[in-house]
Write a protein that binds this ligand. Structure first.
Ligand code: UDP
Length: 452
């Protein structure tokens, strides 16, 4: 029999943000458990410092000369366009070196859809490469048809704030024009440029997606049959497949002790992920609305997430009074543990895909306040497809916050959503168990990668 190296190596290239690093590290862990050696090639931006969970992994840094400030100043779309241009040559050097050191070991490159330079480099070395979509399948579909929608003038209302953004997008029911993955801080041209690259399959042999067919079967079928024409593996939610510590920030675990003192389903957890920014007025109105709702709340306020403030120093004095009564505020929480806590009955969220999966995975219904990109898509699906979310649109004032919180936490409508969320949680859990659809997809993907 031919001698094969015991472990084959995969080079994984995560994008530089918490919401992308976590699923990539979960994937790394899952593939390592399946017998692959893993190299993580990351940039200096939001550098993931490996915990003890990753002692067996190789970490390399892709050198580039972008200023540290670019990440914050350019914001995601322009930053990613620049990073991809900047990294192509240096990643080629990195991969060239790796191949010199371990040429027969490396069996492929798996890259985040937003790090498409890695696909171009893998092609130059004739290495098998795989796109990893850390957002959901429906957002991938939207990005795939974005150019066509633009050519057909469907995106015109997005260019004009008075346009008819409430109209349904043809072929993408139930998404409205305003639910499409766009951003208010980048021009449509730049968004189009970025999306075109993220969905360009190049020489990729397959696409893996951090989703489950029980959530997005029709989007997955479209990608498989029409959009991509290469195998698509829905293998998520990965946090349920390989649990590991992937936080870039220090988690304040004292909130778990506070939750331990609260009644079942009595707390609304408020967290807007790792990137979203709010104005001070929105923070104040949220605080007042939470207070007026008479519900207990655990609120993550990330340092720097309120524009113009280091943390909460510019919030009025009443804020501390409100918080000391019914609330608890931390800078960063162990979110998965929080959502799994019996005291948490609802999640006020920006609807990032990880937060969405983590909430559904614990059967927690949501109040959806999306900011940009795929968050809009997720919020619409939470409200209209899975029916476990209440979307809060338009300007935020204390009345709107109070009303949404009461609907979710106190009223029958919220109870119904909680029941549906629990049933969806069971389906998700079944999909990652032996014989489930995501479990089988991961097995097929591993087999596919082992035979390359
Ligand atoms: N998160 C966390 N603690 C917090 C806030 C967020 O651990 O206090 C994690 C959360 O569990 C999720 C990730 O940060 O895994 C955020 O990713 P998501 O896709 O939801 O949003 P993004 O940060 O990309 O906007």
């Amino acid at each position: 029999m031919e001698d094969k190296p015991a472990r084959r190596r995969l080079v994984l290239v995560p994008a530089s943000a918490q919401g992308h690093i976590s699923p990539m590290m979960q994937l790394a862990k899952a593939l390592h458990l399946k017998g692959f050696s893993i190299t993580i090639a990351q940039t200096k931006f939001n550098y993931f410092n490996p915990s003890d969970d990753f002692t067996d992994f190789q970490f390399i840094t892709i050198p580039e000369s972008l200023p540290e400030s670019d990440f914050e100043n350019l914001r995601p779309v322009l930053f990613l366009l620049k990073l991809n241009k900047e990294c192509q040559a240096s990643f080629k050097d990195c991969l060239g070196q790796l191949l010199l050191q371990q040429s027969n070991e490396i069996s492929g490159v798996i890259y985040d859809e937003y790090m498409y330079f890695a696909g171009a480099v893998a092609k130059e070395f004739n290495l098998p490469n795989v796109i990893f979509s850390t957002t959901n399948a429906t957002a991938f579909v939207c990005r795939s048809v974005f150019e066509e929608l633009n050519a057909n003038n469907v995106l015109a209302p997005l260019k004009d704030s008075k346009g008819k953004q409430d109209e349904l997008v043809p072929g993408l029911h139930p998404l409205r024009i305003k639910d499409l993955p766009t951003s208010k801080i980048a021009s449509l041209d730049k968004i189009l440029e970025l999306y075109k690259n993220t969905v360009d399959k190049g020489t990729a042999s397959s696409v893996i997606i951090n989703t489950s067919s029980c959530l997005e079967s029709s989007s997955l079928s479209w990608l498989q049959q029409e959009g991509l024409d290469i195998p698509v593996y829905p293998i998520g939610p990965l946090h349920m497949v390989a649990s590991t510590s992937t936080s870039l920030f220090e988690e304040n675990k004292s909130c778990i002790e506070w939750l331990n003192k609260q009644k079942q389903d009595s707390v609304i957890f408020v967290s807007l992920g790792s990137l979203a920014l709010i104005d001070i007025n929105e923070a104040i109105e949220t605080a007042l609305g939470l207070d007026n709702s008479n519900q207990h709340f655990l609120w993550v306020i990330r340092p720097g997430s309120i524009r113009g403030s280091e943390w909460i120093e510019h919030l009025p004095e009443e804020f501390s009074k409100m918080v000391s009564g019914r609330g608890y505020v931390v800078k960063w929480a162990p979110q998965k543990e929080v959502l799994a806590h019996p005291a948490v009955g609802g999640f006020w969220s920006h609807c990032g895909w990880n937060s969405t999966l983590e909430s559904i995975g614990e059967g927690v219904p949501m109040i959806c306040r999306p900011f940009s990109a795929d968050q809009n898509v997720n919020a619409r699906y939470l409200e209209c497809v899975w029916r476990i979310g209440i979307q809060v649109e338009g300007e935020l004032d204390r009345g709107v916050v109070e009303r949404a919180v009461k609907r979710l936490m106190v009223e029958e409508e919220g109870d119904e959503m909680r029941k549906r969320a629990v049933s969806l949680k069971e389906k998700l859990r079944a999909s990652v168990r032996s014989g489930g659809s995501s479990h089988n997809s991961l097995e097929e993907f591993v087999h596919f990668m082992s035979t390359l």
